[in-house]
Design a binder for this molecule. Structure first.
Ligand code: ATP
Length: 414
């Protein structure tokens, strides 16, 4: 199990991680989500002993990473797939890591097979594509057959076949009882891979719960309701009846209505009472992506400005901006939801609310959005990109015992 207790990291005036506490349990894939710059990589680096917390601590199996006996046999990590000596072949790179950790050379060929790089094992890694580099990084993480695995954006640059492979690999590793902690920006992928989520925004915990609870806590279920296209007065009658009953209504681009706040049978009854025929009445649940956007929209540091050309796309009979989706929220199925166009419609049903809306830290408001470009990702000066590097004298590696990879997994790391 991985545990963070009150983890805080400040870089000068910048608080990258603030008082973060969570546990990552074995047996499930735990997704680690947050907008760019929210502190995911910093948190992972602190867990792996590559960054020192300003306060708080992180443990793996109850011990700080640097105090783990033979850490590479217990913990595997992919932080930066580019942190590889490009002049070495894939096999030579893995062999050098294996030798440092007392892992037998035969394991190198095993992991090359697992990640599908056998054919190119003799090629220098500097000629590798992004996806091949990711596979090599995953191979390095698996080398010690560890019980605890951390992956920072493992599907970066992978093609659909590669993404499916990573998904199945993560699930398989978790099904074997391992602790799997994986960050990603691909929400649809996380929805398929993770069972549990830890979401941070501006370095602070925003949610720690099963994926299904996260979606229902951060999304409003809604109904799509459609009246006969040929009879616009039916749509108006229904809108009035539903509005009077307390529903929130927003028109969808294809002419249907998005209705929330009323159960489906009640919508049906109200339509019946108003003498309105329905062509469609269907239940919808928001996706993980919608729920995530809704939760984190107040904690995004880097936003694109809208394209001036959008102003040229005049909506029929309306102002161009009426068709702009709320900031940071994807268009609903079937197209963007025009806001404020219907009488009685909620202008923005996606505004943060409820217990999971982001809150500033005590005594510390959210800092204003950072100016300028995001800090480039990659090896941070002074940080060690390779968790398998020999430990400093303060935390000496124990003598490398001849590895027996068929031995039972180390319980203390679980
Ligand atoms: N070595 C450093 N020095 C100064 N600031 C840093 C350093 N490392 C990270 N930061 C800052 O800390 C914040 C968190 O960065 P971090 O890389 O942990 O975020 P992230 O969630 O992993 O982002 P992304 O999703 O874009 O990879 C950012 O504002 C970043 O600029």
């Amino acid at each position: 199990m991985i545990e963070a207790v009150g983890l805080t990291k400040r870089y000068g005036a910048k608080t990258a991680v603030h008082n973060l506490s969570f546990q990552v349990r074995p047996g499930t894939v735990t997704g680690f989500l947050g907008p760019n710059g929210s502190g995911k990589s910093t948190t992972m680096r602190m867990i792996l002993g590559l960054d020192t917390p300003t306060s708080g601590h992180a443990t793996i199996g109850g011990r700080p990473f640097r105090q783990l006996p033979n850490a590479p046999r217990q913990v595997g990590a992919l932080l930066d797939a580019k942190a590889v000596h490009g002049g070495r072949s894939a096999r030579a790179h893995l062999l050098s890591l294996a030798q440092l950790s007392g892992i037998p050379a035969r394991r190198v060929d095993e992991v090359l097979g697992v990640v599908g790089l056998q054919e190119v094992a003799g090629r220098r890694s500097k000629g590798f594509s992004l996806g091949m580099g990711q596979r090599l990084g995953i191979a390095a993480a698996l080398l010690g057959d560890p019980q605890v695995l951390l992956f920072d954006e493992p599907v970066n640059g992978l093609d659909p076949e590669g993404i499916l492979w990573v998904r199945n690999l993560m699930k398989q590793l978790a099904a074997e009882g391992r602790t799997v902690f994986v960050s990603s920006h691909l929400m649809s992928e996380m929805a398929l891979t993770a069972e549990h989520l830890i979401v941070i925004g501006r370095g602070q915990l925003m949610a720690d719960m099963p994926v299904k609870d996260f979606i229902s806590a951060n999304s409003a279920d809604f109904a799509r309701v459609r009246t006969p296209d040929t009879e616009p007065e039916q749509r108006e009658k229904l809108t009035a009846a539903l509005g009077a009953a307390g529903a929130q209504i927003a028109p969808e681009q294809d002419g249907a209505l998005r209705v929330s706040g009323l159960p489906l049978p009640r919508i049906s009854d109200l339509a019946h009472e108003a003498g309105v025929r329905l062509w469609e009445l269907s239940p919808h649940q928001a996706s993980l992506e919608e729920a995530y956007m809704r939760l984190t929209q107040g904690a995004v540091d880097y936003r694109s400005t809208s394209d001036a050309r959008a102003g040229l796309q005049q909506a029929p009979g309306g102002h161009p901006q009426q068709f702009a989706a709320p900031h940071g929220f994807p268009p609903a199925q079937g197209g963007p939801v025009p806001q404020g166009a219907m009488p009685g419609a909620q202008p923005n049903p996606y505004a943060p609310q409820g217990p999971y809306a982001p809150q500033p830290a005590p005594g510390q408001g959210y800092p204003p959005p950072a100016q300028g470009a995001p800090v480039a990702q990659g090896p941070v000066p002074g940080a060690q990109p390779n968790p398998y590097a020999p430990q400093p004298p303060a935390a000496p590696m124990p003598p490398s015992a001849p590895a027996d990879l068929s031995a039972p997994h180390h319980e203390e790391a679980r």
